[in-house]
Design a protein around this ligand. Structure first.
Ligand code: GUN
Ligand code: FE
Length: 454
């Protein structure tokens, strides 16, 4: 019997640092039975040829064809699973109205397990087909269908981190879509945590419960405090929305006379395993608090263009050392693709740097130093997401999970514009970043198992 469960041969792109990619040309990747990358072997290594000889021709040997490349599976740090049913619509009004007019009525329908099954099945399959091997999900207030989402992730092979959403304040939430009361919200959250932990015992790629106050406006002080205690008791992940747009940021200022970051921290909700969505309006003290507590930012560039009233200064936050990953924020962001989102992250940062109002003089128009490169945006979608979750994912490197997407640049119906056999591989990488569509993603693997192919 061969030592490794699988052996892969091909060229891979992975982040070396937040600014630099690493190109592993024609390497061997040795995957063990736990689905981890046990060894990464360069062609000049003396083990290379003997390993190839031992595995070539066997079922567990996978060699990439000409024009195919490995990328790490993407880590989507912010998805509202129920909102998949309205993706691409309803983006015509501000956040507060958007929630009350479209989103809460839609989410209330997830008390129906059949409807939840149909939408969640489709979403998890779609995200896998878009290269997303790990997703941090908001489900709805309903404990049962939230657990169903975790079960669907477990079954389809996606690493799912799932939260039953808490919205207990009767003043702020519609009668037909909120927790019955604070005690029920906390009891349901605890039951949900235990059920997902139980499911995790039989899930190879991992599935995790997430403590999920929707955002400060939807929760009472008692709920926020109780959720902080539950996060501590179970050492659980925490997610919420933080300083997203003018209205929400202002609401928290009025209620607590401080910014979201410090208010959340007072309730014990900023922890190493916390991921806060958006964060457009963090000031430098807020960012320092994130860095001190290990809290990460889920940057949602498409959604921000619609609901956040601003472009997040992501380069500035990165320079201050805070962990940042990327989120689709379905359906505030219409696209299930982190490729689309990493492109938008670059584009938005360029617009912030140069400014957008042509009637102002060039020197007053923008915020210098704001741009990020596509290599940095790739980092956010992969290694940055992994670091945000403190999981060994998002890199093609020893002791990381074998979570990869195989990109085919030579698909006959959708060839990428590569005309030179010896094209510089960093140029190939950039073409993949900007031009990949779901049809180019031929296979997706998570924790050493194939979870999608086309
Ligand atoms: N703030 C509270 N809920 C939501 C939501 O569903 N989407 C976004 N973008 N912001 C929120
Ligand atoms: Fe969101």
């Amino acid at each position: 019997m061969n030592k490794y469960m699988r052996l892969f041969q091909g060229t891979a792109f992975s982040s070396k640092s937040s600014k630099e990619i690493q190109i592993l040309k024609d390497y061997l990747f040795c995957i063990n039975r736990d689905g981890m990358i046990e060894k990464v072997i360069a062609p000049e290594n003396s083990d290379y040829q003997p390993l190839l000889d031992a595995y070539q021709g066997k079922d567990n040997f996978h060699q990439l064809a000409e024009g195919q490349y490995f990328l790490p599976g993407f880590v989507d740090l912010h998805v509202h699973a129920p909102q998949w049913a309205q993706s691409g619509t309803a983006l015509d009004i501000p956040l507060y109205d958007w929630l009350n007019t479209y989103t809460f009525p839609l989410e209330s329908k997830f008390s129906d397990l059949n409807f939840a099954q149909e939408v969640y099945d489709d979403l998890v399959g779609t995200l896998l087909a878009n290269g997303t091997t790990t997703a941090l999900y908001f489900a709805t207030v309903h404990k049962e269908s939230s657990l169903l989402l975790a079960e669907i992730c477990a079954k389809k092979g996606q690493r799912g981190l799932v939260g039953k959403v808490v919205m207990d304040d009767p003043e702020q939430n519609p009668e037909n879509y909120r927790d019955a009361d604070t005690q029920t919200a906390l009891a349901d959250t605890e039951e949900f945590i235990l059920a997902v932990k139980d499911l995790a015992k039989s899930t190879k790629q991992g599935v995790y419960p997430v403590v999920t106050p929707r955002f400060i406006p939807s929760c009472t002080d008692d709920a926020l405090k109780g959720l902080g205690e539950l996060a501590d008791k179970y050492d659980a992940y925490v997610q919420s929305h933080c300083s997203e747009g003018d209205w929400e940021h202002g609401y928290v200022q009025d209620r607590f006379h401080k910014n979201d970051a410090f208010a959340l921290h007072d309730f014990g909700l900023l922890r190493d395993k916390s991921v806060m969505a958006h964060c457009n309006f963090l000031n430098d003290d807020d960012v320092d608090l994130f860095t001190e507590t290990g809290t990460a930012v889920a940057h949602c560039p498409i959604s921000n263009a619609y609901l956040a009233n601003s472009v997040i200064p992501v380069a500035h936050f990165h320079a201050k050392g805070v962990e940042i990953g990327l989120g689709t924020d379905i359906s505030g962001g219409f696209s299930p693709s982190l490729f689309d989102n990493l492109r938008q992250a670059v584009i938005s940062s360029r617009m912030l740097e140069d400014g957008v109002n042509a009637s102002l003089p060039a020197g007053n128009r923008g915020v210098p130093g704001s741009r990020i490169t596509v290599d940095e945006a790739f980092y956010l979608a992969t290694a940055g997401g992994g670091e945000s979750l403190s999981l060994p994912i998002g890199r093609i490197q020893e002791n990381y999970a074998w979570d990869v997407q195989i990109i085919d640049t030579k698909l006959p119906s959708a060839k990428l514009p590569i005309f030179n056999e010896n094209e510089d591989l960093h140029d190939v990488f950039q073409k993949i970043m900007y031009l990949t569509r779901p049809e180019h993603i031929r296979e997706v693997w998570a924790q050493g198992e194939k979870v999608h192919s086309r």
